[in-house]
Design a protein around this ligand. Sequence first.
Ligand code: PAF
Length: 288
Amino acid sequence: MSIETLHTIAEARARVLQWQREGLKVALTPTMGNLHSGHASLVQLGLQHADRVIASVFVNPTQFGPNEDFDRYPRTLKADEDLLASVGCHAVFAPSAVEMYPDFASGKTNTLLIEPGPIAAELCGEFRPGHFAGVATVVAKLFNIMPADVAVFGEKDFQQLFVIRQLVRELNFPIKIIGAPTVREANGLAKSSRNQYLSAEEREQAGLIYQCLQSMREHCQAGRASSEIESTVHARLSERGFKPDYATVRDAHSLASLQAGSTHAVALIAARLGRARLIDNLSFALHA
Ligand code: PAF
């Protein structure tokens, strides 16, 4: 099956509106490209909820910090189109940076950025200032450009999904957000475009993150204090060559610290290994 690639905002909006006029339900799967089987699963989930799926492939400059990997982030549109077509995606919106941010050529992006509030300064936000404002802004733009019925995002980016749900709720976007389960390598490593910054040896080593998440779940369910769990995992990762940004257990509904009344928790880790910054999480019920 071939896929239709749309490069302009006008074309992408027209395609979605045309499908909806025909009575078809539309799912959007926003991505930054360099797609892998984790992204394929987003499209497949979209197809379960809609008649047409449109993916976006756009490396969004506003969510990268000045010393981050915006320039070296892999851009592989041809391979992305092939993968999307192979799983039944109907169209891809692949705009240039200037199409999305008209002043990009003169070094500027949006003047107006959506500030997600205090949650954007915690966890990944503490280590990537401005990141979630960039994500919230581009996702709002994508929702305005392609007014789909549902949008699918990976649960691997737990905090991002949290921010996007808040964006939709607080700015009244008429779109349903669906979280897609994380796809993993055989050793538990969560699939991510950034895994390609790892050597073969580091990829093996990186399976430790999932092992740590599983032990955080076990200890948390056994009633051990979050602070103890966090320091043990920090030490375990550091001993094995990782530079952890955080390893923490939070309330899965609010992302705040666990409270006596919390029913669901999420263990979250962000750690650097070699040239890659890896993030992963595991959510679970606290009481059987
Ligand atoms: O998760 C991603 O790939 C990006 O953060 C997103 C949601 C496509 C926004 O650029």
